[in-house]
Design a protein around this ligand. Structure first.
Ligand SMILES: O=C(O)CCC(=O)C(=O)O
Length: 334
């Protein structure tokens, strides 16, 4: 069996240059395509605001106009986020043999496990990033085989984080449901209800000697309904706005929210998924922890029946989530 090269190992050998397959084509190189001297101030929403109508309005507007926003005062305790980051970092700093125990099986049709390549590569070009995927909710969807045993507090910390996410998840779905004229629990039900999956990904972007030439995660929209992300403090997330790539301005301790493809589909295009990508850093390791809120694999998603009629015909096909994922990762039209 061919063993996939890990970017972590390549980074240790790359002192001045990087292998050809990590050098993006010119139209993607961040050194050429990033707007310099300006960071993008995406909407910041205060979840502690007692005016709930105002919070809903802001979530809805940001999801229609930007597909991206940041939440402050979100009630996930900072020390839980810090522990989540700590145990994730400790895992990625283990010797390779220990990490490979969790490698995604080559014949698996799930994304879970430790890995490097995620989707079909265009022109053989690779991203400067390794990852670990595993589900953290609901308990029936968890496969502990992909949860590191080292560090020993990994499991408890991730379970704790999942529990603390529920409040934010509820509030987001309720706001977005009301924002398209549905009852507050209707959108979540149509997204999988209690079976809604929280899929955690940890991205590990080692230092890269030529950050102007490489990308971490290439330009994409998320497949999820919503993504809730925490980064470490190394800049790297970029969003595409008005035809240009910008660094997103980080707000310390905020949650970064992306509207994903399933939300765009279920809302029949009222909410927009955001095109984003990540850059890498010359000296520092960047990490991020997105949680993708997605339906179970065999769940069908399409425009919500109450949002389509003769004047508003469906703009998207209704299909099984696993089929959507397969097409997207293999770059087959939906
Ligand atoms: O690292 C980040 O900030 C974003 C990661 C991302 O977009 C992804 O993993 O899909």
């Amino acid at each position: 069996m061919e063993v996939e090269s890990r970017v972590h190992d390549i980074a240790l050998l790359s002192k001045e240059t990087i292998p050809e397959e990590y050098i993006r084509l010119k139209d993607e190189q961040p050194g050429i395509t990033t707007v310099q001297g300006k960071t993008l101030e995406v909407p910041v929403i205060d979840f502690g605001d007692p005016d709930h109508e105002n919070v809903i309005r802001q979530v809805v507007e940001a999801s229609r106009e930007w597909g991206m926003f940041q939440i402050v005062n979100h009630e996930i305790p900072y020390d839980i986020i810090r522990k989540l980051q700590q145990v994730g970092k400790e895992f990625f700093e283990l010797p390779s043999e220990e990490k490979e125990v969790y490698a995604k099986p080559p014949d698996s049709n799930s994304v879970e496990g430790y890995g490097t390549k995620l989707q079909k590569e265009v022109e053989g070009k690779k991203g400067w990033v390794d990852h670990l995927f595993h589900r953290i909710w609901p308990p029936s969807a968890i496969n502990y085989k992909f949860w590191p045993k080292n560090p020993p507090s990994y499991r408890e910390t991730n379970e704790e984080y999942a529990k603390h996410m529920h409040g934010v998840v509820e509030k987001l779905f309720k706001s977005l449901s009301v924002g398209v004229g549905l009852e507050k629990d209707e959108l979540r039900k149509a997204a999988g209800g209690d079976e809604l999956v929280y899929l955690l990904k940890i991205n590990y972007y080692p230092p890269c000697p030529r950050p102007n030439l490489a990308l971490g995660v290439v330009a994409h929209t998320d497949m999820s309904f919503i993504t809730i992300l925490v980064p470490n403090d190394v800049q790297g997330l970029q969003a595409f706005r008005d035809g240009h790539w910008y660094d997103v301005k980080y707000i310390p301790n905020a949650l970064v929210i992306h509207i994903g493809d399933q939300m765009e589909i279920i809302s029949n295009g009222k909410y927009k998924s955001v095109l984003h990508r990540t850059t890498v850093n010359k000296e520092q390791t960047r990490m991020s922890w997105p949680v993708f809120l997605e339906p179970p694999a065999d769940f069908e998603v399409g425009p919500h029946p109450k949002l389509v009629n003769d004047q508003n015909p469906p703009k998207f096909k209704t299909k099984k989530y696993s089929d959507f994922v397969y097409c997207k990762l293999n770059k087959i039209p939906q």
